[in-house]
Ligand binder design. Structure first.
Ligand code: CMC
Length: 429
C-alpha cells in the first residue's frame, strides 16, 4: 500500500498520508484536510470513518474474524473465564496466575453496594425497565466514590475499574429482584464472579439455591462473547463522553444508554419477543421473512444483519451451539429454538438476505439461552451490558491514557436558514 493518497481540489494537488494498522487495514489521514483546503469530510453514521486507532479488538467482518488482543474469540470461548478475559481486555495481556488471583480477589471484595444505594431502588416503580435502573445506578456510583470523579487521577483508576466491574452484577441482580418484589440477596465471597451473579439473581431466602455448574460455564461463555466489539455504538459513546475527561462511572452509564436501543443491545429482547409473536401467530416463518422484506411493513428480522459482519458473526455460531446444549442440560423443549432455526434457514436461502449479506448476529440465539436459564426478557440487554463492561472499560482506559487524545468533537454541514433577523412578537404573522 502506498504511504499517501492524492486528492485534487480546485485544481490544487494535495497529498494525504495513509495510516496502516497491524492487520493490513489502511486509512487516509484527513486530520489536516480542513486546514489545507477548507473542506471537511461528510460521513453520516460513520459508514466509512475510523474514529480512532485501537489495540484492543480486531474484527474482520468479511472473514468472520473476532480477536481480543490478538486471541481468537473461539479460543477464549473454549478456555477462558469472563474474569480472565476482562483482565486481558483491560490490561492488554493474559494474566499470570498471581495477577489473576489478585484481580479475582479484588472483584470479590468490592461486590457490595453502599447500603444507602439500596434505598434508591425503592423509588422505582416495579415495572421499571432494568436498563433504566442500571444506567442511573452506575452513574450514581460516582456520588459514593467522589475521588473517582477526576478521570485523570491515575492512582484511583484501577480501584474504580474494579469497583465498577464488581458492583455492576449486584446492581443488575437487585434491579431484577425489585421487579419481582423479592428481597435483595447479598453477594457471597465464596462464589466465583458468574456464580455470585446467578445466586444474587435466583436465590430466595425460603430455600437453598442449587448452583448448576454447567449454567455457570454458559454464563461465562456468553459474557466472554459479548465482552468487546471495537467501535460499536455504545463503545463509541463511552469514548466520546470520556474524551471530555468524564469519569469512568458516568462514561459507562452513557454507554449503557446507547446499548439499550433495539438496533444495538436491545435487539436480544426484541428477538425473543419476535419469536414469541411468530409462535403465537401459528409459526409460519416464511410469512415473517416476507414481512421483513417489505419495507412498508416497518418489520425487520431482529437479530439479523450487522454493520460490519458481511459473512457470518462468529459469536452467533458459538451461541447457536450453546443454545442446543443448554436446552438439553435443562431438559427444556423450547418451541422458540425451533422457530429461530427455521427462520434462519428460510432467510439464508432468500435472495433478499443473500444480496444484502444479512446473517444471524450475536443477539439471535442468546435470548433463547437466557430464557431457558430463567431470565425474563427485560433482563437480556442488562446481561449484554454485564458482558460488554470490560470492553467499555478497556476503551475508556485506552482513550484516557493516550497522550494524543483530544475531546471528540465532530463537525457538521449546516443546512438550515441563512442569516435571518429577530421579529418582535406582535409583528409576527
Ligand atoms: N431485516 C430486514 N432487512 C434488513 C435487516 C433486517 N434485520 N437488517 C438490514 N436490512 C436491510 C435494510 O433494510 C437495508 O436494505 P436496503 O439496502 O434495501 O435499503 C440493508 O439491509 C442494509 O441495512 P442497513 O440498515 O442500512 O444496515 P446498517 O449497517 O445501517 O444496520 C443493523 C445494521 C444491525 C442496525 C441492521 O441490520 C438491523 O436493524 N438489524 C436488526 C437489529 C439487530 O439485530 N441489531 C443487533 C446488531 S448486533 C449486536 C449489537 O451490536 O448490538
Amino acid at each position: 500500500m502506498a504511504n499517501e493518497a492524492k486528492l485534487q481540489v480546485d485544481g490544487k494537488d494535495l497529498a494525504l498520508p495513509i495510516f496502516s494498522g497491524t492487520e493490513n487495514e489502511h486509512a487516509i489521514d484527513i486530520a489536516n484536510l480542513r486546514a489545507q483546503t477548507g473542506l471537511v469530510t461528510l460521513d453520516p453514521a460513520f459508514m466509512n470513518t475510523a474514529s480512532t486507532t485501537s489495540a484492543i479488538t480486531f474484527l474482520d467482518g468479511e472473514k468472520g474474524i473476532l480477536r481480543y488482543r490478538g486471541i481468537p474469540i473461539e479460543e477464549l470461548a473454549e478456555h477462558s473465564s469472563f474474569v480472565e478475559t476482562s483482565y486481558l481486555l483491560i490490561y492488554g495481556h493474559l494474566p499470570t496466575r498471581d495477577e489473576l488471583k489478585t484481580f479475582s480477589t479484588l472483584l470479590t471484595r468490592h461486590s457490595l453496594i453502599h447500603e444507602d444505594m439500596k434505598r434508591f431502588f425503592d423509588g422505582y416503580p416495579g415495572t421499571a425497565h432494568p436498563m433504566a435502573i442500571l444506567s442511573a445506578m452506575v452513574c450514581s456510583l460516582s456520588s459514593f466514590y467522589p475521588e473517582s470523579i477526576d478521570a485523570m487521577n491515575v492512582a484511583e483508576r484501577d480501584i474504580t475499574i474494579t469497583r465498577l466491574l464488581s458492583k455492576v452484577r449486584t446492581i443488575a441482580a437487585y434491579a431484577y429482584k425489585k421487579s419481582v418484589g423479592q428481597p435483595f440477596v447479598y453477594p457471597q465471597n465464596h462464589l466465583s464472579y458468574c456464580a455470585n451473579f446467578l445466586n444474587m439473581m435466583f436465590s430466595v431466602p425460603a430455600e437453598p439455591y442449587e448452583m448448576n455448574e454447567e449454567l455457570v460455564k454458559v454464563m461465562n461463555l456468553l459474557l466472554i462473547l459479548h465482552a468487546d466489539h471495537e467501535q460499536n455504538c455504545s463503545t463509541s459513546t463511552v469514548r466520546l463522553v470520556g474524551s471530555a475527561q468524564t469519569n469512568l462511572f458516568a462514561s459507562i452509564a452513557a454507554g449503557i444508554c446507547g446499548l439499550w436501543g433495539p438496533l444495538h443491545g436491545g435487539a436480544n429482547q426484541e428477538v425473543v419477543e419476535m419469536l414469541a409473536m411468530i409462535h403465537k401467530d401459528g409459526g409460519d416463518v416464511a410469512k415473517f421473512v416476507g414481512l421483513a422484506k417489505d419495507k412498508k411493513s416497518g418489520f425487520r428480522l431482529m437479530g439479523f444483519g450487522h454493520r460490519v459482519y458481511k459473512n457470518f458473526d462468529p459469536r452467533a455460531k458459538i451461541i447457536k451451539g450453546a443454545a442446543d446444549r443448554v436446552l438439553k442440560i435443562l431438559n427444556i423443549d423450547d418451541p422458540m429454538l425451533e422457530i429461530a432455526k427455521k427462520l434462519e434457514e428460510v432467510a439464508l436461502r432468500d435472495e433478499y438476505f443473500i444480496e444484502r449479506k444479512l446473517y444471524p448476529n450475536v443477539d439471535f440465539y442468546s435470548g433463547i439461552i437466557y430464557r431457558a436459564m430463567g431470565f425474563p426478557s427485560s433482563m437480556f440487554t442488562v446481561l449484554f451490558a454485564l458482558g460488554r463492561l470490560p470492553g467499555w472499560i478497556a476503551h475508556w482506559k485506552e482513550m484516557i491514557e493516550s497522550p494524543t487524545t483530544k475531546i471528540g468533537r465532530p463537525r457538521q454541514i449546516y443546512t438550515g436558514p441563512t442569516l435571518n433577523h429577530y421579529v418582535a412578537l406582535d409583528q409576527r404573522k
